[in-house]
Design a binder for this molecule. Structure first.
Ligand SMILES: NC(=O)c1ccc[n+]([C@@H]2O[C@H](COP(=O)([O-])OP(=O)(O)OC[C@H]3O[C@@H](n4cnc5c(N)ncnc54)[C@H](O)[C@@H]3O)[C@@H](O)[C@H]2O)c1
Length: 282
């Protein structure tokens, strides 16, 4: 441990169970000396295991639906009260798509679900930032990080409306990063993480095949959730004070690859006539 977050206070969204990226990030932040508050929706708190994490990190859980401005205001006010001082970092690790869950394809989405996907997985990031700014809740040189995925830039089969949500999420990091940086010296970034077998991750169609593909393609292999936590800690720390408005790939090199020897060998094993995706899944 390096005590990189000694004396810092943070809010961590999105720890559902011990597979969650936010769970690992909370554990690492605590190990690095931070005081944290955990938050999730009341439903996820019931179905998940967040109280166990709270005990481990010697902290409390404040329920909040990240799409509700009222809940976010209550969360941030209570966090300020709990810490007795402003906060230094926020992790947004929140996403959900009913279209993905229900297996609806991108050319046959339910638009109510689509709007919810955008609200939960992208707009909520804006709401968190705007609420924090209005309450002047974050110290100068504070850091806000959201977790993204390369489907924001490249089309990946099965990622559906979440791809659009991630594009918006990354755009919000840039647009808000400009304002928050200029006004308060607060940095806003997204980390674009390798596919990882979490609850949300395992909902993506063909996740195992996708993880094998990205593992073969990435010179350093897929980034694990523990490695994601390490990277996040650097962004919360004072070692990255001038990094803002960035989408930072944490993917073992995948984002800059086209084809690797390991992937090509696998691909060459089966050169069957390609079949259209939709035929396979509808
Ligand atoms: N697992 C992957 O392959 C992967 C890769 C890149 C990025 N990500 C991103 O990482 C983040 C965390 O996902 P994860 O993989 O750890 O899965 P996860 O299922 O453990 O976490 C998703 C979290 O979002 C929370 N959530 C859903 N709706 C909410 C709402 N309305 N308000 C507040 N919280 C809500 C859930 O309760 C859950 O804790 C997501 O943004 C996801 O898109 C995941």
């Amino acid at each position: 441990m390096y005590n990189l977050l000694k004396g810092k206070k943070g809010i961590i969204f999105g720890a559902l169970n011990d597979k969650s990226l936010a769970w690992k990030i909370a554990e690492r932040a605590y190990e690095e000396g931070a005081e944290i508050i955990l938050t999730n929706t009341p439903v996820s708190m019931r179905f998940g295991d967040i109280e166990t994490l709270a005990e481990k990190c010697n902290t409390i859980v404040i329920p909040a639906d990240a799409t509700s401005e009222k809940d976010l205001q209550n969360l941030i006010e209570k966090a300020l009260e709990h810490f007795g001082t402003k906060i230094d970092f926020i992790l947004h690790s929140v996403a959900m798509s009913m279209n993905v869950r229900k297996g609806l394809l991108y050319d046959n989405v339910n638009y109510n679900f689509y709007q919810k996907t955008i609200d939960i997985s992208a707009l909520s990031f804006h709401k968190v930032l705007q609420t924090a700014k209005k309450l002047d809740a974050i110290n100068e040189w504070g850091s806000v990080v959201a977790l993204s995925y390369i489907a924001a830039q490249r089309t990946l089969y099965g990622y559906n409306d979440m791809a659009d949500a991630k594009s918006l999420l990354e755009s919000i990091a840039r647009s808000f990063g400009y304002i928050y940086g200029r006004k308060k010296k607060i940095r806003v970034n997204t980390i674009s993480q390798s596919p990882t077998m979490t609850t949300a991750g395992s909902g993506v169609k063909g996740m195992e095949g996708l993880m094998d593909f990205t593992e073969r393609l990435s010179p350093l292999g897929n980034a694990t959730s523990d490695e994601c936590a390490d990277y996040c800690i650097t962004l919360f720390s004072d070692l990255t004070k001038k990094v803002t408005m960035q989408n930072l790939y944490h993917d073992g090199g995948f984002s800059n690859m086209g084809m690797s020897l390991r992937a090509m060998k696998m691909y060459n094993k089966s050169l069957e006539k390609p079949i259209d995706d939709d035929v396979l899944v509808s």
